[in-house]
Ligand binder design. Structure first.
Ligand SMILES: [Zn+2]
Length: 114
């Protein structure tokens, strides 16, 4: 007869919780990243061209990312992303305007030579 009785061993897992109750993170930095991801997603803010222009204007006038972000209720990491996008939009707009000006000039000169 065996005196061995199965014993239930409960393993204690120490982890980090993010805001999502379905998640369990073993590492703090992973949980932190998860929280940041969620907080980036939560306010489904629509950035209008005016807002992008305002972010660029504020940045160019020397305002800190932290202050600009605070105005729009987002963190520094997010406002830097927004600023990057705003710059891309601005660059495209300028390129497009230049291309249009160039093609108009080309058309005009072609018209003049004919
Ligand atoms: Zn998570």
């Amino acid at each position: 007869m065996s005196s061995f009785t199965p014993k239930r061993i409960e393993r204690i897992q120490i982890g980090w919780s993010c805001l999502n109750p379905d998640h369990f993170h073993f590492h703090e930095h992973v949980a932190a990243r998860c929280i940041e991801k969620q907080s980036n997603k939560q306010p489904q803010r629509r950035w209008t061209p005016e807002m992008y222009a305002d972010v660029i204007k504020r940045r160019e006038s020397g305002e800190k990312f932290k202050a600009i972000g605070a105005k729009y209720g987002v963190g520094v990491a997010r406002i830097i992303q927004v600023y990057d996008k705003a710059e891309r939009i601005e660059r495209n707009r300028v390129l497009h305007a230049q291309r249009q000006a160039n093609s108009t000039a080309a058309q005009t000169s072609a018209h003049e030579t004919s």
